[in-house]
Every structure is written in structure tokens, then in C-alpha cells.
Write a protein that binds this ligand. Structure first.
Ligand code: GDP
Length: 358
């Protein structure tokens, strides 16, 4: 499954956040015998729609979609120079499908900042620079090789050209993700570049920042169009120890309406390019993970490969239509249940039943 790699400078709150994520680990909670990698946190994607579905269908249980975060050992300036930890660090990022950077915005004189000051923009630049330098190293070798290949094989020319274009972008100090409209991700795939991965920013802030809407908006804008999440990692850890009422009070006291981990799971899911569709019956109400843009047969294949192979059609009702109608049969009589064929592109919130040949 797809993963987000958590990176950030030392002392920004990565471990604190990761510990909160693993305490919320659905694998640990639901599958006690599953092999759990110590550096992977698998968290549920909060989805209140599942509760509503379970109510309508009288489902016995709810199965949410999940998001996986991998804790990647701290980056330091010079990682791209390949010093010991640096190499391992870059290899770990290469394996992740998206980069989740934790950025310190909290002020705390007891927690040393590596560069002696709290400066989110500068911290982001330090990390980005290391990743850009690593990609430039990769490209330096690749371009020479690709140009040779292009001389004998015509179809290698577009790859060589894309690699050179990427070099230019990186040399101008930009990540490939920042200008992704100008980058041919498919052609560059074989090079496993780091800065082409989607970025997500987690601003680890304290109450004074979280309640300062202007500051939050400015930080959000500084990384847009990348997604960003604002939370207090220390509070997130505390929330998991509290009952619902005390947790709600604590959140309210820092101006939040939901745990930051919920927002983080949603943003992570979105950054990975994923979406869900829903199924429901007396046994379970469930969210299934697919890629944005997947067709109905592809979506069916996530439940079982036979469903994809023998796909006939999908019976689909939009979640909101189903809730308005109150039941599946009422939705049917209201004409809200559609039959979709193999070219149908799934929409978030589709409640689905597949028809297939076995
Ligand atoms: P890492 O090096 O990025 O993994 O950072 P840690 O999670 O180990 O945190 C470094 C220190 O900062 C620890 O003493 C944490 O308790 C503290 N810390 C982490 N998050 C917050 C926060 O949101 N607010 C405050 N005040 N301290 C935090």
C-alpha cells in the first residue's frame, strides 16, 4: 500500500507525532497477530459516513480505509553528500510515495532548535535543498546515460529530454512537485526522483499559532498548492489518553474542532492521490481505497480480482442521495440508483454494489 514518509529537522516533533500516530494504529488494534513494522503507523481515515451507513443497513461493524505513515530518521544538512545516515535517509524517502514534512512553529525555550531559531520557511528550505541536491546527483549520471541511449534508440529521446528539463528546474531551486504541471511524471518515473513526490506539510504549532487565523493562512499559502495540516503534536499525544468529553474540551481550549490526527489522515490520503468508495450490508459498512480516476472495474478489483475480471456493472447511489432517501429501496423508488458500466469513473461518496460473473 502507499505510504507517506515523515521527515523534518531534528527537534521539530516528529517522534512525538509519530508516537501519537502509532497509538492510533488500527493494525495494532484490530489485527494483533499482524506483522507490524516498528517504523510504520497505519491510521484510520476518519469517515462519519460509515456510521450513517451502518445505521441504515444495520451493519455489524465498520471498516474504515487506512493511511500509512513511515517514520524516517532525521534529516540533517549534508544528507545529500551521502554521509552514513544521509544515504539511508534518502533511500527511505525513495521508498515512500509522498513526503510528509513536519515543520516546527511552536516556541519553547526548553527545546533546542538546530539552527537556534524558529523559522518555518528556512526549515522547509533546508529539507528541500537536500532533496533537490540528491535529485541533481541522480540526474547528473542519468542524463549522460540517457543521451547515449537516445542516440541508438529513438524512444529514449523523450526520457533524456525530460531528464534535462528536470535538471533545469532543480537548478533554479525548485522542487519538481512545485512545478508539476511542467513535468512529465510518467517519463521520469524510472529515475525514482525524490522531489517529484507529492509533499504534505505538518506545521507543529502551539495554541498561540493555532488560534491565529492570519498566521495559519499565511503558512498555508506559503506551501500551497501542497496540502498542509496544523496541529500541536504534544496535545495530539495527550488527546489519545482522554475520554471523549475531556478530549473535546482540550481541543476547544486550543481553538480546534477535531483532532489534528484526523485532518492529517485526510490530508495524507488526499496527497497520495487516493479516494474511497463505500459498500454496506448487514455484515459491515466499509470504505475501500482506490486511486483518483479509477474506473468501476478497477474499483471492483480492490474487493476481489474476480470482481474485476467478471465485472458486468455497478449499482451506484450517491451517499447523500441514499441518506436523503433513508434506505436503499427508497433510493431505488426515487430513481437515485444508477447502473454504471465498465468505463464509469468512480466518484468519492459512491455507495456501490457490483454485479459480476464468476
Ligand atoms: P524530533 O527530533 O523531530 O523527533 O522531535 P521530538 O518529537 O523528539 O520532540 C523534540 C522535543 O520537542 C521533545 O521534548 C518534545 O516533547 C517537544 N515537542 C514536540 N512537539 C511539541 C509541541 O507541539 N509543542 C511543544 N512545546 N513541544 C513539543
Amino acid at each position: 500500500s502507499l505510504t507517506l514518509g515523515i521527515v523534518g529537522l531534528p527537534n521539530v516533533g516528529k517522534s512525538t507525532l509519530f508516537n501519537a500516530l502509532t497509538k492510533n494504529d488500527v493494525l495494532a488494534a484490530n489485527y494483533p497477530f499482524a506483522t507490524i513494522e516498528p517504523n510504520v503507523g497505519v491510521v484510520p481515515l476518519p469517515d462519519p459516513r460509515l456510521d450513517q451507513l451502518a445505521e441504515i443497513f444495520g451493519s455489524e461493524r465498520i471498516v474504515p480505509a487506512v493511511v500509512s505513515f513511515v517514520d524516517i530518521a532525521g534529516i540533517v544538512k549534508g544528507a545529500s553528500e551521502g554521509a552514513g545516515l544521509g544515504n539511508k535517509f534518502l533511500a527511505n524517502i525513495r521508498e515512500a510515495d509522498a513526503i510528509c514534512q513536519v515543520v516546527r512553529v511552536f516556541a519553547d525555550d526548553d527545546v533546542v532548535h538546530v539552527d537556534g531559531r524558529v523559522d518555518p520557511a528556512a526549515d522547509i528550505e533546508v529539507i528541500e535543498t537536500e532533496l533537490i541536491l540528491a535529485d541533481l546527483q541522480t540526474l547528473e549520471k542519468a542524463v549522460v546515460r540517457l543521451e547515449k541511449e537516445a542516440k541508438v534508440k529513438k524512444d529514449r529521446k523523450p526520457v533524456a529530454d525530460a531528464a534535462k528539463a528536470a535538471q533545469e528546474i532543480l537548478n533554479s531551486g525548485k522542487t519538481l512537485f512545485a512545478v508539476r504541471d511542467q513535468v512529465d511524471t510518467e517519463l521520469l518515473k524510472e529515475l525514482s526522483l525524490l522531489t517529484i513526490k507529492p509533499f504534505l506539510y505538518v506545521f507543529n504549532a502551539d495554541e498561540s499559532v493555532l488560534t491565529d487565523t492570519e498566521r495559519v493562512a499565511a503558512l498555508k499559502a506559503s506551501v500551497a498548492p501542497a496540502d498542509s495540516v496544523f496541529l500541536d503534536a504534544k496535545v495530539e499525544a495527550e488527546l489519545l489518553e482522554l475520554d471523549a468529553e475531556s478530549a473535546a474540551e482540550l481541543l476547544e481550549s486550543i481553538g480546534q474542532t477535531e483532532p489534528g490526527l484526523h485532518a492529517l489522515a485526510r490530508a495524507g490520503f488526499h496527497t497520495l492521490g487516493l479516494q474511497t468508495y463505500l459498500t454496506a450490508g448487514p455484515k459491515e459498512a466499509r470504505a475501500w481505497t482506490i486511486h483518483q480516476g479509477d474506473t468501476a472495474p478497477k474499483a471492483a478489483g480492490v474487493i476481489h480480482t474476480d470482481f474485476e475480471r467478471g465485472f458486468i456493472k455497478a449499482e451506484i447511489v450517491a451517499f447523500t442521495d441514499l441518506v436523503t432517501a433513508g434506505s436503499m429501496s427508497a433510493a431505488k423508488s426515487a430513481g437515485k440508483v444508477r447502473m454504471e458500466g465498465k468505463d464509469y469513473i468512480m466518484t468519492d461518496g459512491d455507495v456501490v454494489e457490483f454485479r459480476f460473473n464468476v
